[in-house]
Ligand binder design. Structure first.
Ligand SMILES: NC(=O)c1ccc[n+]([C@@H]2O[C@H](COP(=O)([O-])OP(=O)(O)OC[C@H]3O[C@@H](n4cnc5c(N)ncnc54)[C@H](OP(=O)(O)O)[C@@H]3O)[C@@H](O)[C@H]2O)c1
Length: 317
């Protein structure tokens, strides 16, 4: 089978595609024939080592000083090739997460049957299944659990048409928010189709506030830019935050009667099941943008690290 690996921190060309034997599942594991996997902003950051200011050393201490010692690929959709002793059946459509250690950018993978693996519903294609979790889990946790977005509240999604923003608009609409967005002009129609009533070009400014919740996807507003747009009691969610902003939000989460939140989201089975329930209730279906063959993984990484892709980028195996 074909597998991807990182050879060094660096540009997309540091990814190698090589051959390896198809793995044999151990007791309790399932062998999956991967059909599609996302190439995310997170994949691009792990490969390049380029993370928001102050977080680089932490990243390298966690995944490797000289090269990323994790395998590429965090999520997948595919078919069960060997169910082992599990309740899954051969040929069953599934999707799931390989998690932090990675290993989804390959043609076959093994995963614990009781782990982060779910049946893929008929309502989702392999490409949608692959795209399902990355932005969706982040948007769901920050809007529902952290910001506690309520029906009728005003939501601004700044950077609204990528993986996280596209999910935030849909979940915001499902929760009954009134929504505004920023996006580059080519993506205004997409932002409107996902529920934004008002869209501006982020290079020219934001829709006028006040907003109850602002999801700042790229951290381009930050507290200084968002503060005057937030209603009393409003919540700023900084999806991309540097070390100083993370420490600032931990030490001073309440500011002038408003709330400032950063952090990362959970990617465990209950979080996945909650997102699936949102999909089944009509509240979320991931936007699939570029779809490339697995052989073009290097090109896929180059697109992902632009931070301007519409929706989610998927490679198909
Ligand atoms: N905290 C967490 O747990 C967490 C989880 C997931 C992702 N992230 C981070 O969130 C960020 C976004 O991830 P993603 O997967 O959504 O990326 P993505 O799919 O590449 O989308 C990026 C979005 O940001 C917009 N954008 C780019 N530059 C902007 C700017 N200067 N001002 C406003 N908007 C801008 C783009 O708009 P146009 O395409 O219209 O230009 C696009 O909609 C990344 O930094 C990623 O590392 C954090």
């Amino acid at each position: 089978m074909k597998i991807a690996s990182y050879t060094a921190y660096g540009g997309p060309e540091t990814i190698a595609l090589t051959k390896a034997p198809i793995p044999t599942p151990r007791p309790g594991e399932v062998l999956i024939r991967v059909r599609a996997a996302p190439v995310t902003a997170g994949d691009a950051r792990l490969r390049s080592g380029k993370v928001p200011r102050g977080l680089g050393l932490m990243l390298r201490l966690a995944i490797g000083l000289r090269r990323p010692r994790v395998a590429p690929g965090w999520a997948f959709a595919g078919e069960v090739a060997d169910p082992g002793t599990s309740a899954f059946t051969k040929g069953q459509r599934v999707f799931g997460l390989t998690g932090f250690k990675g290993g989804a950018h390959r043609e076959y993978l093994v995963i614990k049957a009781s782990g982060t693996l779910l049946p893929l519903p008929d309502s989702l294609s392999f490409e949608q299944g692959a795209a399902f979790f990355f932005g969706g889990l982040t948007a769901a946790e920050f809007l529902i659990d952290r910001a506690k977005l309520a029906p009728g509240e005003r939501l601004l999604v700044a950077g609204a048409t990528g993986a996280v923003g596209g999910a935030a608009l849909q979940i915001g609409r499902h929760l009954g928010a009134q929504m505004a967005a920023t996006a580059s002009p080519a993506n205004h129609a997409l932002a409107r189709s996902l529920g934004a009533a008002e869209v501006t070009d982020y290079r020219k400014g934001t829709p006028p506030g006040p907003f109850d919740v602002i999801v700042d996807v790229m951290g381009s507003l930050g507290w200084p830019g968002a503060r005057s747009l937030l209603a009393p009691g409003g919540r700023l969610v900084l999806i991309t935050a540097d070390l100083a902003q993370m420490l600032g939000s931990a030490l001073r989460p309440r500011r002038e009667g408003r709330h400032f939140m950063t952090g990362t989201n959970k990617d465990d089975l209950p979080a996945m099941q909650r997102l699936l329930a949102l999909h089944q209730a009509g509240g979320y279906t991931p936007v699939v943008g570029p779809v490339l063959p697995f052989a073009e993984l290097v090109k896929a990484h180059a697109i992902a690290e632009s931070f301007h892709k519409p929706g989610n980028l998927v490679v198909v195996m």
